[in-house]
Design a protein around this ligand. Structure first.
Ligand code: ADP
Ligand code: NA
Length: 339
């Protein structure tokens, strides 16, 4: 059985990047894999979260999963803190992983920034918890974007070292599931920065719950440049957009990339369609498409979050089903360690 594990942090409003880079793929993958989709609230508190907001955001991520089309009958949807095997296994992995491995993690360096001494210890050992998330279910595959590749490699090393140190093949080595090109959505205001939940200005992102007028206004005010839209001659022989070309007009290619992802069109098709046009016409077409794709999901999210009882019961049932898999795996690990 092929099994995947993936998650999203309940740390703020979900946006178009989360949808195109993660959640939309989760929906597609549920048909081919035994899929476990987690709301990773333990990861969220590596940076302080307001308790009431944490609960709201947990429900919001769950609503996004459901509204986008993840079927709780087919998959397991739950929040991490409700299955204590994650924390217990993470402790064991803290003792398996080496400090040198953690020191190499680029995401910690990015997130801690200049205030390294003030970062939580949890932020530092985040990768051991992520290894526990994956390995507690003996997941065979993990859908990863560019930013999580190093953490998956870390989880593979933990699995290997655990099996070696304790002379038992408890954990399979999980494989990355590399997702399609669309993966990276940038800020509407600065095409060189990732669209992010943690960015203070709401104008930098399209939230999954934005209504039609808000989406239109944000796209209208998105950064552009004075030139007309490029044609397919900017692509390389494989039909991909070279990085150095993207860097010449980051805002322009970000909007075109969003169009390509939302329409399921290739770069070539999109560039052919809009070649030589100005941004005004293109932005109108992009707005129509974004509203068509996102508004139904946003409306369903709002309907679901209006009734927390339904979401909470889906999460509770999911946690029970998750624990039924994770607890026996934890027991195997405890036994191997000698407990
Ligand atoms: P954020 O970075 O907004 O805080 P998370 O870290 O919770 O979001 O990421 C949740 C998922 O969404 C991850 O799989 C991540 O790769 C994906 N993701 C986040 N931001 C983007 C983006 N701008 N473009 C594409 N995918 C993204
Ligand atoms: Na991220």
């Amino acid at each position: 059985m092929k099994r995947i594990f993936s998650g999203v942090q309940p740390t703020g409003h979900l946006h178009l990047g989360n949808y195109l880079g993660a959640i939309r793929n989760f929906v597609a993958l549920q048909h081919d894999y035994d899929a476990i989709y987690c709301v990773v609230d333990l990861h969220a508190i590596t940076v302080w979260q307001d308790p009431a907001q944490l609960a709201d955001h947990t429900r919001q991520v769950t609503a996004a999963y459901l509204a986008a089309g993840i079927d709780p009958k087919k998959c397991i949807i739950f929040n991490q803190s409700r299955v204590s095997a994650h924390s217990e296994l993470a402790w064991i992995f803290n003792c398996v992983a080496r400090l040198g491995w953690l020191n190499r993690m680029t995401q910690f360096k990015e997130k801690a920034g200049k205030h390294r001494e003030q970062a939580s210890a949890g932020l530092y050992v985040y990768p051991t918890l992520m290894a526990a998330d994956i390995l507690a279910y003996k997941a065979t595959h993990v859908p990863v974007g560019e930013d999580q590749k190093q953490h998956l490699e870390f989880a593979r090393n933990v699995a290997q070292k655990f099996n070696f140190d304790y002379h038992r093949e408890v954990f399979p080595i999980p494989e990355p599931l590399i997702l399609g090109a669309a993966a990276r959505v940038m800020s509407l205001r600065d095409g060189s920065k990732k669209m992010s939940k943690s960015e203070p200005s709401d104008m930098t992102r399209i939230n999954m719950t934005d209504d039609a007028d808000t989406i239109a206004n944000k796209i209208k005010r998105a950064t552009t440049d004075p030139d007309t839209l490029p044609g397919p001659d900017v692509l390389d022989d494989a039909g991909d957009l070279p990085d150095e070309t993207r860097r010449e007009r980051p805002a322009c290619y970000n909007l075109l990339g969003i169009y390509a992802a939302l329409s399921d069109m290739s770069w070539r098709e999109v560039l052919q369609q809009f070649e030589g046009q100005g941004f005004a016409t293109f932005k109108t077409t992009l707005t129509e498409l974004a509203v068509e794709k996102l508004a139904p999901i946003g409306n369903e999210m709002n309907r679901l979050t209006a009734d927390p009882a339904e979401i909470d019961s889906i999460l509770r049932e999911g946690a029970d089903r998750a624990a039924a898999i994770a607890v026996p795996v934890l027991d195997e690990a405890l036994d191997a360690v000698g407990f």
